[in-house]
Write a protein that binds this ligand. Structure first.
Ligand SMILES: CC(=O)SCCNC(=O)CCNC(=O)[C@H](O)C(C)(C)COP(=O)(O)OP(=O)(O)OC[C@H]1O[C@@H](n2cnc3c(N)ncnc32)[C@H](O)[C@@H]1OP(=O)(O)O
Ligand SMILES: CC(=O)C(=O)O
Length: 588
């Protein structure tokens, strides 16, 4: 549950334009995304060709300048990607780039397989990686410095002769520049001479710090009449800071990945670098009007690559503008920018207020208002007291949005009587007549019986289940679903248990969270008890009540007040509607 307060961007003191202008900054930088190449080098991340095409579409929609699509020839997938991209990918803003290396040592550029594949990829631009550290030339390539320089020069020259735009990724540049600056410079010199349009200085091991990057980039910018770029890895947690330091020093091309994917600790996170550059430094990156696409695109890409988004990711994370502390919310209620460094809208994100034991009256009042509840000041105070009390017992309302809403509604006087529980009973019978196998291979049967009153009728329903919660859910539904057919659209989707205060072992208090969904939404409810079944029951009841509330269903108060056209259920019709036999649903 989130709210997006109507906050004009100008109300944020730290909004764009509010930062002092730094002298000497470039007006604009090119944004080069390498999610489909370096991002795919992240452990656990694997993209199909379809995924790659969809990510490319998202990046184009965001408005990056370049999309590095992969390494044609390195594997059949990337080969197919470039073949399909030529036919299927319609980029309106970005330029697709194929990645590869310089030619191999001792091989003529014209005969080199890697270069041949780069040309065949059919892109307008290519990016080739070259060792820019003498140590890597002698130890990794095991060739001479002269041959390494010749590899760079002849590869760039060959690609230029094929009519391609060439970016040079100077691998290990910063480490090499510290160890033997003359060689690292020579690599850039030969690449520039051969026609590379952009010299990209790579912090390949990600070990550099911002002051080192800034100084090295400034020296290179002063020396070379070429566009200078950076490609920073995040091994010191400084990839974005290093990219900004490079831009401060005159770099005008920034490589990275939206969401910071990549080898080891990842690449510079473009979802952070872009707004830092655009909003804080006033440097043009993606088109200004597309900045608000940043959050949706970052989340969409996370979905495609199947890596859960980091809620604390700056700017675009779910929690990036979530306020939990009572004092913060209270100040925000008075002045929207009190605890927000930019207007979240600027990057397509939104303000959220998290209600918990750290809340004060303002948080509860804002949450109630967001839900459309008109709570009096006294009710807000009561809700806050109840909330803190319950959180002390183990409830955790910030992760149980639906239970929180029910609690606030109840404090406000909402007393729906969808059903009245008389009792429930759960039996787990190991070795009895059940058909589900226990760990020892013997049958185990779980059965739940619920006795309750609904619509003026006393009902007893029994159901079997995979386990106690499944059985309880089944019995509850059998008893009430005939009165509330809307529940057929409501399904339990997840169930989590946490033991609180582990010292008590199996006698400890348990917290149960239940996720439930209807066709339009998912909600979470909570139960807490020393008894796991009771905790589950509480969460289940909230889940069902919230589902009925969402569906706009009024409590059934008796046969005469059932909605027009709805037959009063008898034992048989009720049982049939619930998919049960008459014996299973006993109506006295
Ligand atoms: C810093 C970076 O992220 S650069 C990008 C790295 N990305 C990847 O490696 C992912 C894709 N890579 C691959 O699929 C494979 O490694 C391939 C197809 C490129 C090459 O595979 P192989 O031919 O089997 O070689 P291998 O993976 O062992 O790599 C070592 C070879 O690359 C050569 N090489 C390494 N860097 C370079 C370079 N910049 N220029 C030219 N050759 C290079 C080495 O000299 C070595 O060649 P040798 O075996 O003739 O001595
Ligand atoms: C080229 C590249 O990915 C690197 O140097 O990190």
């Amino acid at each position: 549950m989130s709210s997006r307060p109507e906050t004009p961007r100008s109300a944020h003191r730290h909004a764009p334009g509010a930062h002092p202008v730094l002298p000497g900054l470039p007006e604009a930088v090119e944004v080069f995304d390498t999610t489909l190449r370096d991002g795919s080098q992240q452990e656990g991340l694997s993209l199909s060709v379809d995924d790659k095409l969809r990510v490319a579409e998202q990046l184009d929609h965001l408005g990056v300048s370049y999309i590095e699509g992969g390494w044609p020839g390195a594997n059949p997938k990337d080969e197919e990607f470039f073949a399909r991209a030529q036919k299927e990918l319609r980029l309106s803003h970005a330029t697709l780039v194929a990645f590869g290396s310089t030619r191999r040592a001792g091989v003529r550029a014209e005969e080199d397989e890697v270069l041949r594949h780069l040309v065949a990829a059919g892109t307008e631009a290519v990016c080739i990686v070259a060792k820019a550290s003498l140590l890597h030339v002698t130890e990794a390539l095991r060739t001479t410095p002269d041959e390494a320089l010749a590899m760079v020069e002849s590869s760039v020259a060959f690609l230029r002769r094929q009519g391609l735009r060439v970016f040079l990724d100077a691998e290990h540049f910063f480490d090499g520049y510290r160890e033997d600056p003359a060689f690292s410079r020579q690599v850039l010199e030969v690449a520039a001479r051969a026609g590379a349009e952009t010299l990209v200085l790579c912090d390949t091991n990600g070990g550099s710090l911002p002051h080192e990057v800034e100084q090295a980039v400034a020296e290179v910018v002063a020396e070379f009449d070429r566009r200078i770029g950076v490609h920073c890895h995040n091994d010191t947690g400084c990839a974005v800071a290093n990219s900004l330091a490079a831009v401060r020093a005159g770099a005008t091309h920034v490589q990275g990945c939206v969401n910071g994917y990549g080898e080891r600790a990842g690449n510079a996170d473009l979802a952070v670098a872009i707004p830092n550059l655009s909003l804080k430094l006033g440097v043009r990156t993606i088109p200004a009007e597309r900045l608000e696409r940043l959050t949706p695109v970052a989340h969409h890409i996370a979905e495609i690559v199947n890596v859960p988004p980091n809620p604390q990711q700056p700017y675009v994370g779910h929690a990036a503008f979530a306020h939990k502390a009572g004092l913060h919310t209270s100040a925000i209620a008075r002045r929207r920018d009190a605890y927000e460094h930019i207007s979240p809208d600027a990057v397509g994100n939104g303000t959220r207020f998290v209600v918990s034991e750290l809340a004060g009256r303002s948080t509860v009042a804002l949450k109630a208002a967001e839900l459309g509840l008109d709570l009096s000041s006294e009710e807000v105070g009561r809700a806050l007291e109840l909330l803190k009390d319950l959180e002390h017992q183990g409830y955790h309302f910030e992760v149980a949005d639906a239970s929180l809403e029910l609690l606030l509604r109840q404090v406000g006087g909402w007393r729906p009587r969808y059903f009245e529980l008389e009792s429930y009973r759960v039996i787990a019978d190991h070795g009895g007549n059940g058909h589900r196998a226990a760990a020892d291979g013997r049958p185990v049967l779980t059965e739940a019986t619920v006795k309750l009153t609904v619509g003026g009728e006393r009902r007893i329903a029994t159901a079997e289940g995979n386990g106690p919660v499944h059985a309880l859910d089944g019995a509850l539904r059998r008893a009430i679903e005939p009165f509330y057919p809307a529940l057929r659209q409501v399904h339990l989707t997840d169930f989590r248990v946490r033991v609180l205060g582990g010292g008590a072992g199996t006698a400890a208090v348990t917290r149960v969270l239940v996720d439930t969904a209807d066709p339009e939404a998912t909600w979470t409810t909570i139960g807490v008890s020393e008894n796991i079944i009771e905790a589950s029951w509480q969460a289940l009841v909230d889940a069902v009540v919230y589902g009925l509330l969402r569906a706009g269903v009024a409590p059934a108060t008796g046969p005469d007040v059932l909605p027009t056209g709805t037959a009063t259920p008898t034992a048989e019709t009720a049982a049939a509607a619930a998919g049960a036999t008459a014996e299973e649903v006993r109506v006295p």
